[in-house]
Design a protein around this ligand. Structure first.
Ligand code: PAF
Length: 279
């Protein structure tokens, strides 16, 4: 059955009236197999599965690809139908930002929002957290599912959900990859043939780093950098953190994160690392 479509706050409330447990997958559309996996992951958490399709202007800086961001609503609806989404919430900008884009109230992501992705995209996580918090207020989900590919986003949303007592359970979903290992992303459509040959180096570097986890942090970072070097990919960062993006602790689970521009698009990826005590 095709999903019900809500464009306004009132339509959404009418459609969701009387719903029991709601599971929710927020997206910016241009849906691919990664989103399909998020939706399938979310399905068992609720009686009603809601997906939102909204390209959020406040998480793009001037000069970023807000205008060019792929908008493929008809195909997105077909994808939602194929995985059994019940309701698609696809609001206009005015519905999400009735007072305009220069907001007087927004969510401060705190210090974790200023590192890694936040260092090169200073307003990005304020925009993400603000729109996610609005979406939570409108959809009122019990559970919301986010991809581990955007690991920093997942950590920040989880922190926001807990600290602001939203009552929404945040569930992470493993990254869906192409056969080459490249993490699926809506921005992969910008990769040229040559970029596509180099882009899998991000995942290869993560795997190389994770493989030497027991040898300690320096070995992990060196192994990952070597793979990127060999593929002529210059990273924005190669970082090793603990699972919450703090300092990595030897002997515990860590996270290795990479960002790199490959041709036009900036790609990000990450992996879990079993960190040993090192030399
Ligand atoms: O990950 C995304 O697609 C976006 O950042 C999100 C969570 C839908 C907020 O606009």
């Amino acid at each position: 059955m095709p999903p019900a479509i809500a464009r306004t706050r009132a339509e959404l409330r009418t459609i969701l009236e009387g719903s029991q447990r709601v599971s929710f997958v927020p997206t910016m559309g241009a849906l691919h197999d990664g989103h399909r996996q998020l939706m399938q992951h979310a399905r068992p958490f609720g009686d009603v599965l809601v997906a939102s399709v909204f390209v959020n202007p406040t998480q793009f800086a001037p000069g970023e690809d807000f205008d060019a961001y792929p908008r493929t609503f008809d195909a997105d609806l077909a994808t939602c139908e194929s995985v059994g989404v019940d309701v698609v919430f696809a609001p206009e900008v005015e519905t999400m930002y009735p007072h305009g884009l220069i907001e007087t109230v927004s969510i401060d992501p705190g210090p974790l929002g200023a590192i890694l992705e936040g260092a090169s995209r200073p307003a990005h996580f304020r925009g993400v957290l603000t729109v996610v918090s609005k979406l939570f207020g409108l959809v009122r989900p019990d559970v919301a599912v986010f991809g581990e590919k955007d690991y920093q986003q997942l950590v920040l949303i989880r922190q926001m959900a807990t600290e602001l007592a939203t009552g929404v359970e945040i569930v992470g979903c493993p990254t869906e990859r192409e056969a080459s290992g490249l993490a699926r992303s809506s921005r992969n459509v910008y990769l040229s043939d040559d970029d596509r040959r180099r882009a899998p180096a991000l995942h290869a570097a993560l795997q190389a780093g994770a493989a030497v986890g027991p040898d300690g942090a320096e070995a992990v970072l060196a192994a990952a950098r070597r793979v990127l070097d060999d593929a002529a990919v210059t990273p924005d960062y190669v970082a090793l953190t603990d699972a919450d993006l703090g300092e990595p602790v030897p002997g515990q689970q860590a996270r290795l994160l990479i960002a790199a521009r490959v041709g036009e698009p900036r790609l990000i990826d990450n992996i879990s690392v079993n960190l040993g005590l090192g030399a």
